[in-house]
Design a protein around this ligand. Structure first.
Ligand code: AMP
Ligand code: GLY
Length: 424
């Protein structure tokens, strides 16, 4: 089967790695991909958001399945684009419909879905420029810290958590009246603060049946001890050590099941990944967000742990027969450490030559932001490489990743040295 994978990050390199383990995958294209995907698949210079260009390529190369890595093409409606086109509608797209993608594309849509289907989440209200003063009064009724969320996609930067009431009001005005996050903050969700430890649950669904994939925990802040600015993620651990059978049971019955049933009840077509961001509040899991794709860097620990054939799983998703396949998971721990460009998530330089990749032993290196330049692999993004290792314990896996990172070098490279610090 010829497969087209859309995206260019570490998530896509890990998905490509897993897809290629399947005997069902005879050819894999990645658009646009990176230097890592180029070593295992065929990169195609194609913008995943340009659906006409995607269509032309799919027809030209007789692509038989499209796997969507990032959220943008999903929120823009790539699933519906394929479904409505008579030349494309026989080709499965792994990802939700445009409506389903609103679970990530609009915080308000997600909150309404959660409340409607009685899924545990923080209390909230939403406001626009017209109701900004009402929003300020709503803030006065809450206890700090104050959680403000831009409704739309804001590249992971749209959530502000503030201690001070006056600052929260100022930021609310900045978002609503002064378009702090552009159109994404034309509407703002104000939410009750949930105090607990975060984890993520990944689900693959065909819209009717589901498989719960390995849990993972990522480390979003740039600095050690979870300090400093938010990033896309600086490392991840799977499974999550504190996600015991009791917590997992609660997550499935209170959150996963009602989510999939909710999609059905609301007639939302969904054949893809659901990434549920959770906070464990004193043993009670609460949803903080939905994403309609896999996480990055969580994919770099979740995919290596999946032992089942991913293409067979995707085929079962496409044919709504996910109940007929079995999911095998490696019981060992996997961890990944992100190696990033100095300065990220603010200003950073690209084009730095990366050396030492040939010295990696017993770890997988997924490329996040790299490209080939004059035969050399150079940095091409904030997040550059994800170094994934296995171990009988997460501590052992982390140690292996750090040993291998010592072999790597590029100018101003940075990584957090404390991934897993809060786990025991
Ligand atoms: P989100 O984009 O919704 O995942 O939010 C980004 C980050 O903000 C999350 O990973 C949490 O660390 C934090 N966060 C979001 N909502 C809440 C909440 N209601 N209470 C506490 N922290 C939150
Ligand atoms: N690592 C978090 C995300 O992919 O959204």
């Amino acid at each position: 089967m010829t497969i087209l994978l859309l995206g260019s990050g570490g998530r896509e390199h890990a998905l490509a790695f897993k897809l290629l383990q399947s005997p069902l995958c005879t050819q894999l294209f990645v658009a646009p991909g990176n230097a890592g995907t180029a070593t295992i698949a065929t990169n195609i210079l194609l913008n995943p958001n340009d659906f006409d260009a995607v269509k032309a390529f799919v027809i030209q190369e007789k692509v038989e399945m499209v796997v969507v890595g990032p959220e943008d093409p999903l929120v823009l409606g790539i699933y519906d684009f394929f479904k409505k086109d008579t030349e494309l509608n026989h080709i499965p797209v792994i990802g939700p419909s445009k409506l389903g993608a609103q679970l990530e594309g609009s915080k308000e849509f997600a909150k309404e879905f959660l409340i409607k289907h009685k899924i545990p989440t923080a209390a909230y209200d939403s406001f626009t420029a017209e109701t900004v003063e009402k929003g300020c009064r709503f803030l006065e009724t809450l206890q700090p810290p104050y959680v403000l969320k831009a409704d739309g996609l804001a590249a992971g930067k749209g959530v502000l958590i503030l201690q001070d009431l006056e600052e929260a009001k100022t930021e609310l005005r900045n978002m609503l009246v002064h378009a702090k996050f552009g159109n994404a903050s034309a509407k703002v969700v104000i939410e009750e603060f949930l105090d607990g430890i975060e984890l993520s649950c990944f689900v693959l669904t065909d819209g009717k049946n589901y498989k719960i994939l390995p849990t993972a925990k990522d480390y979003k802040r740039i600095g050690e001890g979870d300090t400093g600015l938010n990033t896309g993620g600086m490392g991840a651990v799977s499974p999550v050590p504190f996600a015991d059978a009791t917590l997992l049971e609660k997550i499935e019955t209170r959150i996963v099941k009602p989510t999939i049933e909710g999609l059905q009840k609301d007639h939302i077509e969904y054949k893809g990944f659901v990434f549920i961001g959770l906070i464990n509040v004193k043993g009670e899991p609460m949803v903080i967000e939905y994403n309609v794709r896999m996480g990055d860097p969580e994919t770099e620990v979740v995919m290596p742990r999946i032992q089942s054939d991913l293409v067979a799983l995707f085929q079962a998703v496409a044919h709504q027969k996910l109940d007929e396949v079995h999911l095998e998971v490696d019981p060992r721990s996997a961890t990944t450490i992100m190696v990033v460009s100095g300065g990220y998530p603010e200003e950073y330089e690209k084009g730095k030559v990366i050396t030492g990749l040939e010295n990696i032993e017993d770890s997988l290196v997924f490329h996040a932001g790299t490209k080939l330049e004059n035969g050399k692999i150079v940095s091409n993004g904030g997040r550059v490489l994800a170094v994934t290792s296995f171990g009988d314990t997460f501590q052992e896996a982390i140690k292996k990743s750090y040993q291998n990172i010592d072999q790597l070098h590029f100018d101003k490279m940075y990584f957090r040295k404390d991934i897993g610090f809060d786990l025991t």
